[in-house]
Design a protein around this ligand. Structure first.
Ligand code: FAD
Length: 432
């Protein structure tokens, strides 16, 4: 039995690191991988730097702003003004689609505006628990829903948005005023809408600098035992013990878990039937993406582009090097391509032809290499069962002094900033 510390933290992603850092006392931080950072990690190859798709840092809360200001010296982070687009109907529109209809074929602009007027005449309120599709139709009208929200979200989530609850997800959807939609439709470009109009990024390239800075701070402070390459085997809630993959046991007074919620529940012994049932209602989607390295710069200026049309095998493409040139050798470009099909092997020539068609690469012949990656737990699916199922599980865990938090621990849709905040809040809970 290991008796070093009575606080165990599962997962050294941003939530786990932030929790460990904000604890006054010590803790044991258990991480399955050989590196810290979780989803906010970076892969490097042949001079190219690839995050796990786009990982742009948006800070709105004074607590995270203060933390990041402490972690980084002046100049270590650059602030970048977002430049994003939507490619559809052969045109590159400014983002967001709903506020920048100019450039679409005129009958489609007409249909979208007509839908907006009709939605504006409705007097009913959007019911609580409305689907994502109902949200889009109510807020923006049937045309905008049909030409962007439905096809884009169907590609992203793998299910039609009438089966998805709008809570959480719509927090990130810009809702322009009707006057802005009209202005955007006649060519008055609507920039700066939405939560992420500007973002921060490590000047040296690679979002892993954030986890790296947290890790160094933890090392300097001491008191945290980091166990890399260590899988969680099981949790014995009766004995308050975490059993690790190597057979070792860690007793806990308080357990903070940031591993995916279904993984945690599956590894707890003696879970009551109601909690097991709630766990079986949890749904999520896997991500399959390609890193693409080219020997030439991207002809497009955008940082990322939304691609709603089903004929393209991807729904979003990002160009790392448009945000920071240092993420590739001089004159080259690094891209990420988020694929619609997460099961089949991608048809790479078709993907590259699509990239050339939307104009983000000059030609497939310029591609130096592509690399396929999967993320098993990428996005939590917010269906009808989500709220009740997560409430049941968290309530039961709380009775055993277990707090499951972070994007996958809480089982929500949230950002790196939220992860840092969740870690701070978990530290407060531990110390209560
Ligand atoms: C595709 C994608 C794009 C994103 N883009 C952005 C963005 O642009 N901006 C932004 O702010 N946020 C973005 N996010 C969200 C951001 O990545 C997360 O909110 C944040 O990194 C979550 O941190 P976390 O510590 O809660 O979870 P994680 O990063 O998942 O950390 C959990 C840790 O637990 C470990 N673990 C898992 N299972 C076990 C086990 N059995 N035993 C031990 N350890 C285990 C994992 O290895 C991992 O290190 C994106 C997320 C995804 C998936």
């Amino acid at each position: 039995m290991d008796d070093r510390g009575d606080v165990v933290i599962l997962g050294a992603g941003l939530t786990g690191l932030s929790c460990a850092l904000h604890l006054a006392g010590g803790s044991v931080l258990v991480e399955r991988e050989q590196r810290i950072g979780g989803k906010a990690c970076t892969d490097r190859r042949e001079g190219f730097t690839f995050d796990i798709t786009g990982h742009w840092l948006h800070l709105r809360d004074p607590r995270t702003q203060a933390l990041v200001a402490e972690l980084f010296a002046a100049g270590d982070l650059v602030e970048i003004e977002r430049c994003t687009g939507v490619f559809t109907h052969g045109a590159m529109l400014a983002y967001p689609f709903q506020a920048n209809l100019f450039g679409l074929p005129l009958p489609i602009v007409h249909e979208c505006l007509l839908g907006l007027f009709e939605a504006g005449r409705r007097t009913d309120e959007l019911p609580a628990g409305a689907s994502l599709q109902a949200f889009a139709e109510r807020r923006f009208g049937a045309g905008i829903a049909r030409h962007f929200f439905v096809p884009y979200n169907t590609k992203l989530w793998g299910v039609p948005p009438d089966q998805l609850a709008s809570a959480w997800v719509t927090r990130y959807v810009p809702v322009p005023e009707p006057s802005q939609i009209l202005a955007g439709a006649i060519g008055l470009r609507q920039d700066g809408l939405g939560y992420n109009a500007r973002f921060l990024y490590p000047a040296g390239g690679g979002i892993d600098a954030l986890a790296g800075a947290l890790g160094r701070r933890l090392e300097d402070r001491g008191g945290v035992e980091l166990r890399l390459g260590t899988d969680l085997d099981s949790v014995d809630v009766a004995r308050r013990v975490v059993r690790l993959g190597d057979g070792q046991e860690l007793p806990y007074r308080r357990l903070v878990s940031t591993v995916p919620l279904p993984v945690l529940v599956d590894r707890i012994e003696g879970v009551p039937a109601a909690v097991r049932e709630a766990r079986s209602a949890l749904r999520w989607i896997r991500w399959r993406y390609l890193n693409v390295a080219t020997r030439t710069p991207s002809p497009r200026p955008e940082h990322w582009i939304y691609v709603p049309e089903s004929r393209f095998p991807f729904f979003r493409v990002g160009i790392f090097t448009n945000a920071l040139g240092a993420m590739a050798p001089p004159g080259c470009a690094g891209l990420y391509v988020e694929l619609t099909d997460r099961d089949a092997q991608p048809d790479v020539p078709a993907v590259l032809a699509g990239l050339a068609e939307i104009g983000v690469i000059t030609s497939p012949a310029d591609v130096l290499f592509t690399e396929q990656h999967d993320i098993e737990y990428a996005y939590v699916v917010f269906d009808e069962a989500h709220a009740q199922a997560t409430a049941t599980i968290h309530a039961w865990l709380a009775t055993h002094d277990i707090r499951s938090c972070g994007r996958y621990g809480a089982w929500v849709y949230s950002s790196m900033e939220d992860a840092l905040l969740d870690g701070m809040e978990a530290a407060v809970w531990v110390q209560q």
